[in-house]
Ligand binder design. Sequence first.
Ligand code: FA5
Length: 342
Amino acid sequence: MAENLETIISVIAETEKAFFYRLSNAATRDDLEEIRIEYLSRKGKVQSLFSLIGKVDGADRPKIGAELNRVKKAVQDAIDEKQKSFQRTGKAIEFFDPTLPGRTVSVGSLHPLMQVMDEVKQIFVGMGFRIEEGDEIETDYHNFEALNIPKHHPSRDMQDTFYLSDEYVLRTHTSPVQIHTMEDQKPPIRMIAPGRCFRKDTPDATHSPTFHQVEGLCVDRGVSFADLKGVVLAFAQKLFGKDVKVRFRPSFFPFTEPSAEYDFSCIFCKGQGCRVCKDTGWLEISGAGMVDPAVFGFVDYNADVYSGYAFGMGIERIAMLKYQVNDIRIFYENDLRFLKQF
Ligand code: FA5
């Protein structure tokens, strides 16, 4: 009985499809030879399809014959073509399509925190400050004691840190660089010390266990609080524009006397009060003050001759303001969707 014409056509089509699938996976000359034998040899899959001609009605035979000849030629041509594309090594040459777009090399960029850090450095260098480097691992002495924070003093609680041993800590602020600088150099001193700090703070929208500060220190004869205010105002205006205002509030740090914290007028609402400044019109930026004479005692500076001011600001805080970021944690998540915006 003659087989259904449709069934035979679909068997031929399946064989052709399977061949092209196999061919697309052929990676070597040997693979290709194997496929050639499988399909085109005398007992191969294409040849055996010709036996199907006898199973259809006489009237349909020319049609099946023509289809089989077409498939045989397509298989032969495809094998010849692939053979040409092999190098002498037996490896396939990759198909080269000159119309495809080129492969671009993705270029990295500075992290937004480092961009802010660079801007802050540039402003202070422009005002005559040198940049001092500090270590992230500090002695307890430099991080606390020489800054007038004796062991067991309650103010240590504010800066609980990671102790590597009784003597070494991950620095909790950049203030120990003040001590190293004064140990190594005589006045006049005018330096900033940018760097990473660590505290055992629970992460939240404004706190991270790792963060960055920029310390500032100026020591000379006759340095006054007015100098501190002038430098901070100049810095604020360079960073956020001429309209920004600065206010100082009394505060306490064991290593400055008097101590203060300073705020910038809110750059978003221009001091009118908004969500960012919690309706106060001001944004908290930094701790500051006049260097406590007790600290001069630790570094052998004569407090009767010299005076100085110091400040320490959080870089993340400034970056959050500048880029209107409302959660500090996003700086550390390495999310390229965020980082690529800067
Ligand atoms: C200090 O660290 C003092 N060393 C600053 C100082 C220097 C005062 C010189 C006087 C003279 P304070 O703990 O307030 O102070 O931290 C300063 C800034 O660091 C804060 O305003 C905040 O912006 C940032 N900061 C502190 N802890 C964190 C934290 N866990 N995550 C992110 N930023 C922080």
